[in-house]
Design a protein around this ligand. Structure first.
Ligand SMILES: C[S@@+](CC[C@H](N)C(=O)[O-])C[C@H]1O[C@@H](n2cnc3c(N)ncnc32)[C@H](O)[C@@H]1O
Length: 346
């Protein structure tokens, strides 16, 4: 049902992911233990050896992280305040989410080469190959028509979303304004940020029907969703694997999608997110990030291969980079620095 129309591009993506995930690097625990607190070291070792199981993570918000985000809460919605980098990142991640939903939640059947039923638009031409072989004008016209048709189809959806570690609600509000999102639940373990999220939501009555916030752990949350998001939160928890396992349980089978973003554990990430971000440009509050809590994209891909070999597909992994003066730019190198990932449940 959620088969992608542009099959060629999809095959290219899968091939790239398969080749990038084939060599999963082994973790150096000495590197981790050299500069981390006891809690972090315990987390890092356990997520390496852990297996899916009934795990209670209900009280596992790190107290240091909680008090850090409590301090940042009052200026959360100031686009020049404590979360200015997240305000900018919101645009790049909304682009990523939109692209994935359009490609994996919509099926266009018009003009199939086998002459089968055309239930979209009798004049719509869907090429079975890349449009780059056409002259520019024709290529543009085909792409515009396809985009319009895909968007029209997407409008018919009524998707439900769970945003885990939603903070003050930057992503929740953006998602709630999309016409094809029917309901969104934002949960976080820091009461101060949820208060800010509720206050900001109350400024726009349109959000009241769709959006609900709660101070709640992922384990206490009920229900399954078309979309579960974990943006910029996995690097703030003590056991990201446990959170991922719990989050995955809330993703609907047969096409639900888990979206996440976090940071690869490498020197370039340290240089960009901590040295430049926190100390030089000061666009991120001091003490927000800890290199030892970063997670390589290859590790997440490997966990899913190990835990859910037959019931998941990594749809896409994109690197994303902050360029001062320009904002966040998505790119194809997902093994260095910040990255975005989409994983679909079969
Ligand atoms: C950097 S903020 C990201 C907020 C939001 N996801 C965004 O990207 O706009 C990280 C958030 O994760 C929350 N958090 C940390 N540990 C958590 C846990 N165990 N369960 C739920 N939320 C958690 C923090 O309270 C904080 O609001």
């Amino acid at each position: 049902m959620f088969k992608r129309s542009f099959s060629l591009t999809r095959i290219q993506h899968i091939k790239r992911l398969q080749s990038s995930s084939s060599s999963v690097p082994k973790y150096s625990t000495s590197f981790l233990n050299s500069n981390v607190s006891k809690t972090t070291a315990r987390r890092s070792t356990s997520f390496l050896n852990g297996h899916p199981a009934a795990i209670d993570t209900s009280n596992k918000v790190n107290p240091d992280e909680k008090s850090h985000f409590e301090t940042l809460a009052p200026t959360w919605w100031d686009s020049k305040g404590s979360q200015r980098i997240l305000h900018l990142m919101n645009l790049a991640r909304m682009d990523f989410i939109n692209e994935i939903l359009r490609n994996y939640k919509v099926q266009l059947n018009a003009n199939n080469s086998n002459g089968s039923k055309n239930d979209i638009d009798t004049d719509l031409y869907i090429p079975r190959f890349t449009t780059s072989v056409f002259p520019t004008e024709i290529k543009k016209n085909i792409e515009n028509e396809l985009n319009a048709a895909i968007y029209k189809e997407l409008q018919k959806s009524e998707l439900t979303v769970l945003d885990v570690g939603c903070g003050g609600g930057l992503l929740c509000e953006s998602l709630a304004r999309l016409p094809f999102i029917k309901k969104i639940d934002g949960i976080d373990m820091t009461p101060a940020v949820i208060n800010i999220a509720k206050q900001h939501q109350s400024l726009d009555p349109v959000l009241a029907e769709k959006l609900t916030y709660a101070v709640r752990s992922i384990d206490e949350q009920k229900g399954q969703y078309d979309i579960v998001t974990m943006f910029e939160m996995l690097e703030h928890v003590d056991d990201p694997k446990e959170i991922l396992i719990s989050g995955w349980e809330h993703v609907k089978s047969n096409g639900g999608i888990l979206f996440l973003s976090t940071i690869n554990r490498d020197l370039i990430s340290w240089f960009t997110t901590i040295f430049m971000g926190e100390y030089v440009l000061k666009v991120v509050p001091l003490g927000t990030h800890h290199l030892s809590k970063y997670i390589n994209s290859r590790e997440i891909i490997a966990w899913f291969k190990e835990m859910y070999p037959l019931s998941h597909e990594v749809l896409q992994v994109k690197g994303t980079m902050y360029i001062p003066g320009k904002g966040w730019v998505n790119h194809d190198c997902s093994n260095v620095g910040n990255y975005l990932m989409a994983i679909q449940k079969k």
